[in-house]
Write a protein of this length. Structure first.
Lengths: 130, 501
């Protein structure tokens, strides 16, 4: 399912003239780590969010196709309308996708440099073992 | 001094102490150190791991993974799904909060006395004395001017221009360096979080800490609590480890947090009609201001400014709160190129929040997997208060010179010009329009005289049981309208002192 989540994230945080996109970060490594680290209920929420993203073009742009098959501009419009959708459950479902994408993007050294932010040191993940 | 961390499956770990304290956050660690100072042996049993500053993460991802309970996936069930943010490590939420120190307002004691019975003036006086002690022990001080950072100074200027009271925040931080990473744990070790203060003191006084050890059950002999049991859980892999059992010669103090203490008592068979009832919170939500000059909100104290001017009427508190870049995209509206263009303004954003003194009451239940389920929805009066708080935040941004306001409210424009701030007065009253969080939680094991309406009495003793006490915010029967850490610690110390009487 990682590719499914990645597809949604790439659409939500694309490269622009002024900023790198999530594709310019190690999003694959990030998602592999997250699958191992995240609480199962968090990961489940992320998967559900990605599924909602893929399966709802009909309710956002009126196209009865999965999001993979949408032309680029229509896909962008689908993403924009979904995160602002009047149905709370729909926009809330993709909230975790956007939040997690931001965690990956905002921690990237290249992205941080664009904002004059120092790179993050690695998260040690250690604890007192005795 | 002893610390027992995760043990793989094998021989069970068995320990014994005079008092067993479940949880090591503001309530548990303070109760434990108070008991330990009397010469009693104390064992703290904490669900999360023991992390020191070199173990602290830097990124939001690392913070979610290493410090936040269940990756922040606990949320309210009600009209809106609002996340509940709590720490899960030795020291509890004191490691990841801003260590804000606000004395319990006198009207809170009056209300406890009036609505829940017999707390009286002696109780309020004793709490005041304890809060004096805690402020000395944990070096409470205002954010020094050099550590304020521009986002806090702007808020101060905005409030001054509008003519309402506000001030640099008083916190348990010794000589703050203004690193702006309070919420990831203070890497500079200036914050006096309880994993750096009271918990080590308990260990130095012959106490012990068992970490990575979520308590599953309190075991009773008749009506007396005599031990706690559970099994270790690895903090990274979540692998089940050895069983543990800690015998309490004199008593068990439950301080597992507002969301965890009631389910623990339910799982343990404690009978009380009030158990899980009376949940309250201060729901918080932000408003961004966009400024011409860079603000760099991650420079300076994370929450270095606050105002209590509106605490009593209409009922909210205002604070600054800086957000790291890797959390921002979840807060700004939009997607795709629109979102990316909005993110370019990061350095020019300041985020200030209102924390609503909400009167709505919810309930905590235990889910099938043992996870807490919090049922909670803000009523209309609270939503009016909540919205008014946001209007005040927006007005403060305008007074501080913001060129635009970002409301982050569904149904409102992404940005408002300074002369459009009045439109916020017509913002929706539906909680689903807001992305709020709940971080100040109360109730679930509330204290009071009447066993039909409360779980424990005014000394923390669980009604109808011996040797079982509550020592965290779950005992607090009302909201406070101020940051609760100081009240929680004082109450825990007060209860511990009564146990020793």
């Amino acid at each position: 399912v990682i590719w499914l989540i990645k597809f949604a994230m790439l659409t939500m945080m694309p490269r622009t003239d002024s900023l790198p996109g999530i594709a310019d970060t190690d999003v694959d490594g990030f998602l592999r780590r997250m699958r191992l680290d995240a609480e199962p209920v968090y990961w489940l929420g992320l998967v559900v969010g990605a599924l909602v993203f893929v399966l709802t073009p009909l309710v956002t742009v009126g196209v009865p196709l999965p999001a993979f098959f949408l032309p680029h501009k229509v896909l962008e419009r689908h993403a924009e309308r979904l995160v602002m959708h009047p149905v709370y459950l729909l926009r809330q479902a993709v909230f975790l996708v956007r939040l997690s994408a931001g965690m990956c993007w905002g921690a990237d050294t290249g992205v941080r440099a664009c904002f004059a932010l120092a790179p993050y040191s690695p998260d040690p993940g250690t604890f007192r073992e005795r | 001094m002893s610390h027992t961390a995760y043990k793989p499956p094998g021989a069970p770990v068995e320990l014994e102490a005079d008092y067993v304290v479940v949880g090591s956050g503001a309530g548990g660690a303070t109760a434990a150190v108070t008991l330990a100072r009397s010469g009693a042996t104390v064992t703290i049993v904490e669900a999360g791991p023991f992390r020191d500053p070199p173990d602290y993460p830097h990124s939001v991802y690392g913070t979610m993974r290493d410090m936040v309970d269940a990756w922040g996936s606990n949320f309210t069930r009600g009209r809106a799904f609002w996340p509940i943010v709590q720490g899960s490590l030795v020291g509890g939420s004191t490691v990841i909060n801003s260590a804000i120190c606000v004395r319990t307002p006198p009207d809170v004691f009056d209300r406890w006395d009036r609505e829940h019975g017999a707390f009286g003036k002696d109780f309020a006086d004793a709490m005041g004395i304890i809060q004096d002690e805690l402020e000395r022990e944990l070096s409470a001080e205002e954010v020094p001017p050099a550590s304020m950072g521009r986002h806090n100074l702007l808020a101060l200027a905005g409030a001054t221009a509008l003519g309402y009271e506000s001030h640099p925040t008083r916190r348990y931080v010794k000589a703050c360096a203004g690193d702006g990473n309070c919420l990831q744990g203070c890497h500079g070790d200036r914050k006096q979080s309880l994993n750096r203060t009271f918990v080590p003191e308990v260990m130095a006084r012959s106490g012990s800490v068992v970490s990575c050890a979520p308590v599953e059950r309190i075991v009773f002999e008749g009506r007396r609590a005599v031990r706690v049991t559970g099994h270790f859980r690895h903090p990274r892999t979540r692998a089940r480890g050895a069983d543990f059992s800690v015998h309490a010669r004199k008593g068990v103090l439950v301080a597992a947090s507002v969301t965890q203490s009631p389910p623990l008592l339910m799982r343990s068979g404690v009978k009380s009609r009030a158990l899980g009832k009376g949940f309250r919170a201060h729901p918080g939500a932000p408003i961004f201001g966009v400024y011409d000059e860079p603000v760099d909100m991650n420079t300076g104290a994370t929450q270095g400014w606050s105002s209590m001017a509106f605490r009593e009427q209409p009922g909210f508190k205002l604070e600054t709160l800086s957000l790291p870049l890797d959390m921002l995209s979840g807060r700004l509206a939009g997607s795709g190129p629109t979102l990316m263009n909005r993110l370019t303004e990061f350095r020019h954003l300041a985020m200030w929040v209102q924390a609503c003194r909400a009167e709505s009451v919810g309930e905590i239940r235990s889910g099938w997997s043992g996870r807490p389920i919090v049922h909670y929805t803000l009523g209309r009066d609270d939503m009016l208060r909540f919205r008014e708080g946001l209007v005040r935040v927006a007005q403060t941004h305008v007074a501080a010179g913001a060129r635009a306001i970002l409301p982050s409210i569904h149904g409102m424009p992404y940005a408002l010009a300074p002369n459009e701030v009045g439109r916020l007065k017509d913002a929706p009253l539906d909680p689903r329009a807001y992305v709020a969080i709940l971080s100040h939680l109360f109730g679930g094991c509330t204290m009071g005289k009447d066993p039909a309406r409360s779980v424990c009495d005014e000394r923390g003793r669980v009604h109808g049981y011996d040797g079982l006490y509550i020592a965290d915010a779950s005992a607090i029967p009302t909201n406070l309208g101020v940051n609760p850490q100081h009240t929680i610690m004082a109450l825990a110390r007060y209860f511990a002192q009564r146990i020793l009487d």
